[in-house]
Design a protein around this ligand. Structure first.
Ligand code: CA
Ligand code: CA
Ligand code: CA
Ligand code: CA
Length: 352
């Protein structure tokens, strides 16, 4: 209580406290001999003209008690704090709110930095600040052409491209690239041309050839060499030869385990070569030279193999095993790969 002296010079002992209405209003009047005094509570000051305890307007005291808005009240005052500040317990000050402490988990998974009157979020890569929080960036929606040719899956802080078969992920993981099967697997198309496409490839076959069930193998139709390409050059050869087609059953009627292979002799064009004199090309068989090629008679237990030798454990009756080697000289008469009949060893003699 502040002690305020009352009027001093009254002639007699009057009890001012009871005789003067509203004296020491807001405070306590204490009568004294020849005088009185008012005791004013904190927040009030004595007005010696009006003889009352009067509210102090702290807000206009110039002391700037609140950083911002000061609201005077009878006997006191209060601070009106702006956003980011909190009143102190007594209401007479504004202090910064440490949002990083008062809002646990704010800015997660980033870092919260308290600032005077506010705060800010420092977000890790893949996140952006939204509404004072670190929010995952949905790259799949925000970036056009992301995961091109693939499927984009958003993940917290990142994203993932899933590439379909025939595509590989780029080094930076942001798009799918077509695999060039033609370049990576030279010769993938047998007897045909490889055409790379997005996500795949295809084999294109030359005229007269068709893709077989594997999709990479160009096979010719079953042809009678004598009747067609080689008619003029190999008269009376009497051989039915297949051009590469395993299913070419029509060729299997051809006689036996013989390899009338290289058409190295074209009457009128090339003289015959005796392949048997260059070593035994038949391996486990007996070589017999014939005009235009050689023949193998396979030893017991051996069968004609793909490399024009007699081999063990060779599946029988499968034309694919009997594809001939390219005959350099046959190129001169039409670039045809001779495929040979493949059939089990028979008693019939080697046929010319
Ligand atoms: Ca006041
Ligand atoms: Ca703050
Ligand atoms: Ca993301
Ligand atoms: Ca491709």
């Amino acid at each position: 209580m502040r002690m305020i002296k009352g009027l001093e010079n009254l002639p007699s002992n009057i009890d001012e406290c009871s005789e003067i209405p509203a004296i020491c209003s807001n405070g306590v009047c204490i009568n004294q001999i020849g005088s009185f005094r008012c005791e004013c509570p904190i927040g009030f000051s004595y007005n010696n003209i009006l003889l009352i305890c009067e509210d102090i307007d702290e807000c206009s005291s110039g002391e700037n008690l609140c950083q911002r808005n000061c609201i005077n009240s009878i006997g006191s005052f209060q601070c009106l704090c702006q956003e980011g500040y909190d009143r102190t317990l007594d209401g007479k000050n504004c202090v910064d709110i440490n949002e990083c402490v008062s809002l646990p988990g704010t800015c997660s998974p980033g870092t919260c930095q308290n600032l005077e009157g506010s705060f800010r979020c420092i977000c890790p890569p893949g996140y952006e600040v939204q509404n004072d929080n670190c929010i995952d960036i949905n790259e799949c929606e925000e970036e056009p052409n992301i995961c091109l040719f693939g499927t984009c899956t958003n993940t917290p802080g990142s994203f993932q491209c899933i590439c379909p078969p025939g595509f590989v992920l780029s080094d930076n993981g942001r798009r799918c690239f077509d695999v060039n099967e033609c370049a990576e697997n030279l010769g993938i198309c047998i007897n045909g041309a490889c055409i790379n496409t997005d996500g795949s490839f295809r084999c294109e076959c030359p005229f007269g050839y068709n893709l077989d069930y594997t999709g990479v193998n160009c096979v010719g139709e079953c042809r009678e060499v004598g009747a067609e390409l080689f008619h003029d050059h190999l008269p009376n050869s009497g051989l039915d030869l297949c051009l590469g087609l395993p299913e070419c059953t029509g060729c299997r009627k051809a006689p036996t385990r013989v390899f009338p292979v290289t058409t190295n002799a074209i009457p009128g064009l090339h003289p015959d070569t005796d392949e048997c004199s260059i070593g035994n090309p038949c391996g486990n068989g007996t070589c017999t030279n014939v005009v235009g090629g050689f023949e193998c008679t396979c030893d017991e237990g051996f069968e004609p193999g793909p490399m024009m030798t007699c081999e063990g454990n060779v599946p029988l009756g499968h034309g694919a095993q009997c594809l001939s080697r390219w005959s350099p000289r046959s190129l001169a008469v039409g670039s045809v790969q001779l495929a040979l009949p493949c059939s089990k060893k028979a008693d019939s003699p080697v046929r010319q």
